[in-house]
Design a protein. Sequence first.
Length: 149
Amino acid sequence: MNQEGMSRIPKVPSLLQRIGFSFLLGFGLFLLGAILEGALTRQGVSGVRKYIDDLVIGVLAGLVVFAYEQRRSKDIQRKLAVIAAMNHHVRNALQAISYVPYTEQAKQILLIQQSVNRIQWALKEVLPGEVDEGQERPMAAAPDEKAAN
């Protein structure tokens, strides 16, 4: 596999970056809560109505977690679509290879080469992660395509 295909691995934030972001988000919500409580105290709000700031902070925290989970869910769905597409293409190519013993000898090498080309195409085009709905590979190339590459 060439270096270009391997460089498409997405960068994952380090543990320190994730901890830092989580801390800053939590601290920001704390500051927002303190500011709201101070504003409510200055307005003379007391009793049950003073819990409004807790409700606002709770709703904001819930929205942040919901947005994170939505993003995570979309990432997982995208990865599953890539896995499904790879499974489809590799299984189809292997199915053709499994029938090779039952074909005439002159067609066996061509059939194997077409299957190998299909798997190579899937590794190059599908595996990097950009799967379009209805994406289909071009017709299998002749065995001498490898010499052209």
